[in-house]
Design a binder for this molecule. Structure first.
Ligand SMILES: *[C@@H]1O[C@H](CO)[C@@H](O)[C@H](O)[C@H]1NC(C)=O
Ligand SMILES: *[C@@H]1O[C@H](CO)[C@@H](O)[C@H](O)[C@H]1NC(C)=O
Ligand SMILES: *[C@@H]1O[C@H](CO)[C@@H](O)[C@H](O)[C@H]1NC(C)=O
Ligand SMILES: *[C@@H]1O[C@H](CO)[C@@H](O)[C@H](O)[C@H]1NC(C)=O
Length: 594
């Protein structure tokens, strides 16, 4: 049964993997006297490795960021092997120092805490021993290389719930979860039944975008894809060890995040459904402030799906918790529309009159309006509900027509429908140019990040491929992320002066369109080298990085990219103003410490 799951391409992949082990073993014996030797490898493995082709001069050294960055002649240093999972803003040793100042009762320690520059490493994060080029989508949904995510904790504690099992050199994901031991498909069908009185599926209730809180290995998201539902999944980096790394290795969109003391990095009113299956969030605590964050993120008539013991167990404190949840959600004017097996579903009714009544009775407070054209970034949670009259209501079309939606927020940002149309056309053309320049098979690409996504045009141009895109809107720019969500796409705000909350080696393609110049000017100036280092951390070996920017900047990057062990080629393409501009295509080499 196991072997029948493999097609011929997988066999080829295993061969490449084995071949790589053989090569590194061979080279390793040649140079085993030194731990500072690196070998290149990849799809064009030389048949007879020679010292000349394969050895790089970069040194393995634990180096912290200094006040000013100078890159050694020998190339950027390589971090020691034990840092192969380094995530700067979720670094346990740094957190230990901060811990006394953090509110652990609200899980503040699980939020992103980025060290000052001098407390960050400035070296390339190496792959673990035996790292292999990841298995391709769609097979990766069910199988990933064991050595790429060398953590057995999850299989040990969650094996019984069918999250993940070990199979020789692979991890196998049967598609289970704590509340869907028998597979996510049946669970998703039940949610469809519950929201439609047994007459339809989730798609027919208008669910296009889902936020999955505490997503585990993101099987829920993987099994919503056949319904053409896009999911933004997140979980903290916690004791369940590397859930998000598993999700991304599988080729499922996810990021590290937590619902604790700050607003999530997503714009208000972006999801038709927020889902929590045993997500270990204390919704009833602190006056329901976390439910109020869910209310902010839900679109009008959105659903909150909650599968957890307080729904079905009457023992211990569960009854009290349930009663508190009922009181809080009633005050927020949510309607409990279904309760079955282990799941309860609420509908956010969006009735201002009800909210105003309850505010008068002191059951909740109404939020002061905020400026929606600027990103909500790292703002504290708000213990209040925003009235819907504060938004321009825009009825969005069904999924099939959503990619072309002109979001009302664009009007507020001064982007006319004509500018928006031109932008969409421009990106269609650019993407076809990129494929020509890169000369790759698009099936080699699954996890993509647009680091400066603007209106999401790049992502729209990729939407006919089996690819998912994390659309990032820099927190120091306008809130175009709302427009991206209105098109049915997913993404997050981020400040690129800091590392992103993801594991190393998680993306196949990074796109940086006029991103670096943004960070060279204005209030936030941070160094190009720090951003390049972060790109190197999150891109997979043999992954591509496309950089477009001002001439001088691109030339500078072309000069330093080889020191990051990237292959580079420079091209010219027309920009939106029809002027020629440089395009740098970089590819991270597949190297390893031997
Ligand atoms: C995986 O981790 C275990 C213990 O954490 C270690 O003994 C083993 O060498 C690791 N395997 C690889 C391939 O890194
Ligand atoms: C959903 O409803 C249909 C039609 O009533 C039924 O056949 C099916 O078994 C239900 N699915 C689940 C998982 O409850
Ligand atoms: C299902 O039908 C009942 C009775 O007609 C109604 O009260 C309930 O609101 C309906 N639920 C949904 C989710 O439509
Ligand atoms: C829920 O509200 C009712 C009525 O306002 C109140 O009597 C009860 O104590 C509340 N329950 C909890 C658990 O807060």
């Amino acid at each position: 049964m196991f072997s029948s799951a493999f097609d011929s391409r997988t066999v080829h992949l295993i061969l490449v993997g084995l071949f790589f082990m053989v090569v590194s073993f061979y080279v390793g014996t040649l140079f085993s006297s030194s731990h500072t030797v690196l070998v290149g490898s990849g799809d064009t493995i030389p048949s007879t490795p020679s010292k000349g082709d394969l050895q790089y001069t970069n040194r393995v050294a634990l180096i912290y960021r200094t006040k000013s960055v100078t890159i050694p002649e020998s190339g950027v240093n390589i971090c020691p092997l034990k840092f192969n999972e380094y995530i700067p803003c979720h670094d346990a040793s740094y957190l230990t120092k901060l811990l006394p100042k953090l509110d652990t009762s609200r899980e503040e320690q699980l939020e992103s805490h980025c060290p000052q520059l001098e407390d960050r490493l400035f070296c390339l994060v190496p792959p673990p021993v035996d790292y292999k080029i990841p298995i391709k989508w769609p097979l990766s949904r069910d199988y990933v290389w064991r050595s790429n995510v060398n953590h057995s904790h999850l299989a040990e504690v969650k094996g019984g719930q069918n999250w993940v099992h070990e199979k020789d050199k692979l991890w196998w994901f049967p598609g289970g979860g704590t509340h869907f031991k028998h597979g996510a498909t049946e669970y998703i069908e039940r949610l469809g039944n519950m929201t439609t009185n047994e007459t339809g599926d989730l798609r027919s209730t208008g669910v296009v975008q889902v936020l999955d809180i505490g997503c585990g290995v993101a099987s829920f998201s993987a099994y919503l894809q056949p319904l053409d539902i896009q999911t933004m999944s997140f979980a903290p980096k916690d004791g369940h060890e590397n859930q998000i790394q598993f999700a991304l290795e599988r080729g499922i969109g996810a990021m590290i995040s937590v619902l604790a003391t700050k607003q999530l990095p997503f714009p208000r009113r972006s999801f038709e459904m927020v889902h929590c299956s045993r997500c270990r969030v204390d919704w009833h605590a602190n006056d329901g402030i976390l439910l109020k964050e869910v209310d902010r993120l839900l679109r009008p008539h959105g659903y909150f799906v909650y599968s957890a013991p307080p729904v079905y167990r009457k023992d211990k404190d569960y009854l009290v918790i349930w009663q508190k949840l009922i009181n809080l959600t009633t005050a927020m004017c949510w309607k409990l529309i279904a309760q079955q097996v282990q799941t309860a579903i609420w509908l956010k009714e969006d009735k201002d009159s009800c909210l105003l009544d309850n505010a008068k009775k002191n059951l909740l407070s109404i939020c002061e309006p905020v400026e929606i054209t600027i990103p909500q970034w790292q703002s504290p949670l708000r213990n209040c509900i925003t009235l819907s009259e504060q938004f321009d209501f825009q009825k969005l079309p069904p999924r099939s027509d959503r990619l072309g939606v002109y979001s009302k927020i664009l009007e507020k940002l001064g982007v006319s429908p004509e500018m928006y149309e031109l932008n969409t056309k421009f990106w269609k053309e650019q993407v076809s140019q990129y494929w020509k320049l890169i000369g790759i098979n698009t099936v080699d690409i699954r996890n993509v990040m647009d680091m400066n996504a603007c209106y999401g045009g790049f992502s729209v141009a990729l939407s006919n491929l089996p690819i998912w895109v994390m659309n990032i809107v820099p927190a120091t720019m306008s809130n175009t992320l709302s427009a991206i969500y209105d098109r049915g796409l997913i993404g997050a705000f981020h400040d690129w002066c800091n590392p992103f909350s993801t594991y190393p080696r998680t993306y196949d393609l990074l796109h940086a369109y006029h991103l670096l110049s943004h960070y060279q000017s204005g209030e936030r100036s941070c160094s190009i080298e720090d951003i390049l280092l972060e790109m190197d951390r999150i891109i997979r070996p043999q992954g591509y990085i496309i950089i477009r920017d001002e001439d001088s900047l691109v030339l500078r990057i072309k000069g330093i990219a080889p020191k990051f062990l990237w292959d580079v080629s420079l091209h010219m393409l027309e920009n939106e103003e029809k002027k020629m501009e440089p395009v740098l295509i970089c590819r991270k080499k597949f190297w390893t410490i031997v």
